[in-house]
Design a protein around this ligand. Structure first.
Ligand SMILES: NC(=O)c1ccc[n+]([C@@H]2O[C@H](COP(=O)([O-])OP(=O)(O)OC[C@H]3O[C@@H](n4cnc5c(N)ncnc54)[C@H](O)[C@@H]3O)[C@@H](O)[C@H]2O)c1
Length: 330
């Protein structure tokens, strides 16, 4: 029998739909959006039944799983409704505007025995999966990392509101923060500088930051992030060094296709690789469906969403206080 899957929120939700549509084991059970124009357009484009509320969708379509792709302030109230109806959730990042909301989401999903997977697509990027495997193997652990992850202009109001998207650091840098958790581990110290440098219309929201991290392993990282680019030019770069290898991932923003590296023992030879589907979206959607089909826990969940949110909050706190912030002190 096919799995009945729906999408709530039809901005980036349309990308989720595109991948679900390609999967023979999935029946698109419905789409939900509070904006009737978007709802009707997407319903026509994907030949899927439209619903103007999550409650009506649950009642009439009885889905097994849902991609929750609305702005972050709505993630807690909507996941409460979905979890109580026994529906598994793939929640877009950032998980919610506050740690308290994230903790409530984790508790509600556990209590109702549904999965709460987080949409941290970079964990499913074959480029970064190659690095993860090799940091645990031939390359040895990463000890030094430098990320450039500056995005183009976003003017959606909710994106900038402290009680919703929380600005570019919460909304977007959270992807890089989760990737660093995935590749390196827990962070114990953050020191950030930044502020509202480019978007006075959204002041005092922080729009850009440069920050350093020290991991509990002793590894160190630097990250340049926020609205410091434009879409026609935005790049994603992650340089790294281990005891044995130095290398760099690079290409267009959210498309980290290219990897180059060199073994310190063979300095004349530069290795190069290219990876397809490097944004990780397809792997993320496939993983969610596998989990719902087989009843297996997602590899990325609410705890990861909460940890990434806390680190983004620490970056903003460090900027506002002008001093380092300690994390994971227990
Ligand atoms: N993983 C990624 O690469 C990626 C990319 C973009 C956005 N996102 C995340 O996805 C979420 C949505 O971002 P977006 O860019 O698609 O936003 P958007 O504003 O383009 O779209 C959100 C949609 O949700 C609808 N909506 C709002 N509240 C609703 C509710 N209560 N019930 C039903 N529909 C509702 C809106 O009408 C709108 O159509 C955010 O959390 C964002 O960070 C992730």
């Amino acid at each position: 029998m096919k799995l009945k899957i729906g999408v709530v929120g039809l901005g980036i939700g349309q990308v989720h739909l595109r991948y679900y549509q390609k999967m023979p084991e999935v029946e698109l059970a419905g789409v939900v959006d509070t904006n009737p124009d978007i709802l009707n357009q997407v319903s026509r484009d994907f030949s899927v039944r439209p619903f103007s509320s999550v409650e009506q969708f649950i009642r009439e379509a009885k889905p097994d799983g849902v991609s929750l792709c609305t702005p972050p302030a709505s993630h807690l109230p909507l996941s409460r409704i979905l979890a109580k109806a026994g529906i598994h959730i793939l929640c877009e990042k950032p998980m919610a505007p506050t740690a308290a909301d994230c903790e409530k989401m984790i508790e509600i999903c556990q209590r109702n025995k549904v999965f709460l997977m987080l949409g941290f697509k970079k964990r499913f990027s074959p480029t970064y999966q190659f690095l993860k495997e090799n940091f645990a193997g031939e390359f040895g652990p990463a000890k030094w990392l430098l990320a450039k992850f500056a995005l183009g202009r976003v003017t959606k109001k909710w994106f900038w509101e402290e009680k919703d998207g929380g600005g570019p650091i919460m909304e977007n840098t959270v992807h890089m923060v989760d990737l660093l958790h995935f590749l390196v581990g827990k962070v114990e110290l953050v020191f950030a500088v930044g502020g509202n440098l480019f978007m006075p219309e959204f002041a005092p929201q922080i729009d850009t930051a440069i920050f350093t991290l020290r991991f509990t392993s002793g590894a160190i990282a630097g990250v340049g992030a926020g609205y410091a680019s434009e879409w026609g030019f935005a790049r994603e770069e992650l340089s790294f060094a281990t005891e044995k290898v130095a290398g760099q991932v690079s290409d267009a923003f959210d498309r980290p296709e290219k990897l180059e590296y060199i073994f310190r023992s063979k300095p004349a030879e530069v290795y190069q690789k290219r990876f397809e589907n490097s944004d990780g979206f397809e792997g993320e959607i496939r993983h969610f469906i596998e989990c719902v089909k087989n009843g297996t826990e997602p590899v990325v969940n609410g705890e990861h969403g909460l940890a990434a949110l806390k680190l983004c909050q620490a970056v903003k706190k460090s900027i506002r206080q002008g001093k380092p912030v300690l994390l994971n002190k227990d």
